[in-house]
Design a protein around this ligand. Structure first.
Ligand SMILES: Cc1cc2nc3c(=O)[nH]c(=O)nc-3n(C[C@H](O)[C@H](O)[C@H](O)COP(=O)(O)OP(=O)(O)OC[C@H]3O[C@@H](n4cnc5c(N)ncnc54)[C@H](O)[C@@H]3O)c2cc1C
Ligand code: FES
Length: 316
């Protein structure tokens, strides 16, 4: 694992907005692209005093030397990034790749399930299974047609694609757990299901496969701080064992995960998170101007020309 913070930061080459709250960033980082494996993640600081936030490596291109991150703006740091991370600006720091790579070899038939934002992190795994010779069934779930992204990328690496929407506006009407049922009805020889999405979705996927005794891997997203196994922040319960998602995961056996404990721990800092977001929003309102975005200038200072309006709330 390498921690790298060159003076100019890591240049954002491209950005795509999938919806009001979801956006992708293609970041120039040849070393990270070379080392990245499906299932791994990075910890990003968007600017010098920014919070460290874990983000899955949603794609990597070793030839171009890029990694792609897909972000959902849910709180202060991800909304701030949504405002200021534009092509030509830079991310201040990226640590990684972190986490245990997903084992991809030796599977004959797999189902790769992504729900909402989880569609992005499941992509490298679907592509990796395909490259290792597996028959890949993709199951992607979105609330509605307008939120669908990367369906073409999945069509290129999946033998079958089951698209689900909550409202039936495209594909089959239903949740990804309904899509898994369709896959199981059509295929009696599935080796493994891999599911990524909100905890409640991954729980539903594990509950769907349990009666069929199909091995089910989920990627857990507890609150992380250091990402090195030292702070204990990302503690998760797997059967009778306690594991740290940053170093032991983030992939775990979905039939053994204590999802209720995970969801309770994710809610633990709700008040502090809301206060940080409120302070940031209020400061943005007072400034009543869009932040000035300047490309990384090699000075070692924040590559975002954004005055930090929340000094007292550093780190979120
Ligand atoms: C291994 C891993 C991979 C992830 N991959 C992605 C990804 O690819 N795209 C994406 O948009 N999000 C991803 N997340 C979640 C992302 O890290 C959080 O949404 C982000 O940290 C929220 O920060 P915030 O300040 O915007 O929101 P806040 O208001 O601070 O938090 C909103 C919610 O995000 C979660 N969260 C907050 N801080 C952290 C933290 N330090 N670590 C983990 N979760 C936190 C909590 O559930 C919290 O209630 C991942 C999390 C983990 C652990
Ligand atoms: S983030 Fe600190 S132990 Fe995992």
């Amino acid at each position: 694992m390498t921690e790298t913070t060159p003076a100019a930061g890591f240049r954002i080459l491209a950005r795509e907005d999938f919806s009001d709250v979801t956006y992708s960033l293609v970041v120039h980082h040849p070393l990270m692209a070379k080392a990245a494996q499906p299932g791994q993640f990075v910890i990003v600081m968007s600017h010098e005093s920014g919070e460290r936030i874990p983000l899955t490596i949603a794609d990597f291109d070793r030839k171009k030397g890029t990694v792609t991150l897909v972000v959902q703006a849910v709180g202060k740091s991800t909304k701030e990034m949504q405002q200021v991370c534009q092509p030509g600006t830079s991310l201040y720091g990226i640590v990684g790749p972190m986490g245990v790579p997903s084992p991809l070899a030796g599977k004959k038939k797999v189902v790769c399930v992504g729900g909402g934002l989880g569609v992005a992190p499941i992509y490298p795994q679907a592509r990796g299974f395909k490259e290792n010779g597996a028959y890949v069934i993709g199951v992607l779930g979105f609330r509605t047609k307008n939120l669908v992204f990367w369906a073409d990328k999945f069509r290129a690496c999946c033998d079958e694609l089951i698209l689900c929407t909550d409202d039936g506006s495209v594909g089959m009407k239903g949740f990804v757990s309904d899509g898994i049922k369709v896959a199981i009805e059509g295929h009696k020889d599935i080796d493994e299901v891999v599911a990524i999405g909100p905890p409640i979705m991954m729980k539903a996927c594990a509950d769907t496969t349990r009666p069929h005794a199909i091995k089910t891997i989920v990627s857990l997203n507890p609150i992380m701080v250091d990402g090195t196994g030292m702070c204990g922040g990302c503690r998760v319960k797997i059967g009778n064992e306690v594991k740290f998602a940053c170093v032991d995961g983030p992939d775990f056996d979905g039939h053994k995960v204590d999802f209720n404990d995970l969801m309770m721990r994710l809610r633990r800092y709700k008040e502090e998170e809301k206060a940080a977001l409120d302070r940031w929003s209020e400061n943005c309102r007072i400034m009543q101007q869009k932040p000035t975005v300047v490309p990384g200038n090699g000075t070692g200072e924040s590559s975002l020309g954004l005055p930090d309006p929340f000094e007292e709330a550093m780190g979120g």
